[in-house]
Design a protein. Structure first.
Length: 224
């Protein structure tokens, strides 16, 4: 199995470095390795984050309407069952409050706050990684730029004269790493901002659902 994996890896490496992108990566020098690492980590984190937020926001507005109707009918077991069958941060917060409805509004508020803190931390997981990639990808690109210019000047020093053909390799390396760093940082920054806006909308839904649950429980207490 190990030999087979090595053959597959070797064939893939030969194919990749024979492509224009592979040749481009080789020309970029050693700093293309951390840049490729940043791109792979960023892509994986973006995919995971998009799926997570999509699942969290799924059916949120419909759930709020249905739970409000059930609470208006004083059907707490029905609201609990609906939240249990629905995935997402908003349903989890509502479920935590509904389960404490019989214990009074103070217990409901405490349960909502505790669950909200946990759900918010879950929603924001990965944003720090994306923000870090936005910062360090251009830095690796600039390091590659410095490395390429150093190589270019080393050639000039060795030859004793300035030759465009001699220094072209170092300058090309410098430009490639800078470009690749920006190519990584720009889409990651866009995705990071998009995820932040999605989380902000979910927070508003959480606050609305929490307020509705507390008001419904207070109304039930007043009727007793």
């Amino acid at each position: 199995m190990g030999a087979l994996n090595w053959l597959i890896y070797n064939d893939f490496s030969q194919w990749f470095f024979s492509t224009p992108l592979g040749q481009w990566s080789l020309t970029g020098g050693i700093f293309m390795i951390p840049l490729w690492t940043c791109s792979i980590v960023g892509l994986a984190m973006i995919i995971v984050k998009f799926i997570t937020l999509q699942m969290s926001s799924m059916r949120t507005r419909k759930l709020l309407t249905q739970v409000n109707k059930l609470m208006a009918d004083k059907d707490i077991p029905g609201a609990i069952g609906l939240c249990e069958s629905t995935t997402g941060a908003v349903s989890a917060i509502m479920l935590a409050g509904l389960r404490k409805a019989k214990e009074g509004s103070e217990r409901v508020i405490r349960a909502i706050e505790n669950t909200g803190t946990i759900e918010l931390a879950f929603l924001e997981r990965g944003l720090v990684v994306l923000a870090t990639l936005v910062s360090i990808a251009p830095m690796f690109g600039f390091l590659g730029t410095v490395s390429g210019m150093i190589n270019a000047f080393a050639v000039i020093e060795k030859l004793g004269e300035v030759s465009p053909q001699a220094v072209a390799g170092g300058i090309k390396e410098a430009l490639i790493t800078t470009e690749f760093g920006l190519v990584i940082a720009i889409p990651v920054q866009i995705c990071h901002n998009y995820f932040v806006s999605r989380i902000d909308r979910l927070i508003l839904d959480m606050e609305e659902s929490s307020q509705n649950i507390v008001e419904a429980v207070v109304a039930l207490e007043d009727t007793k």
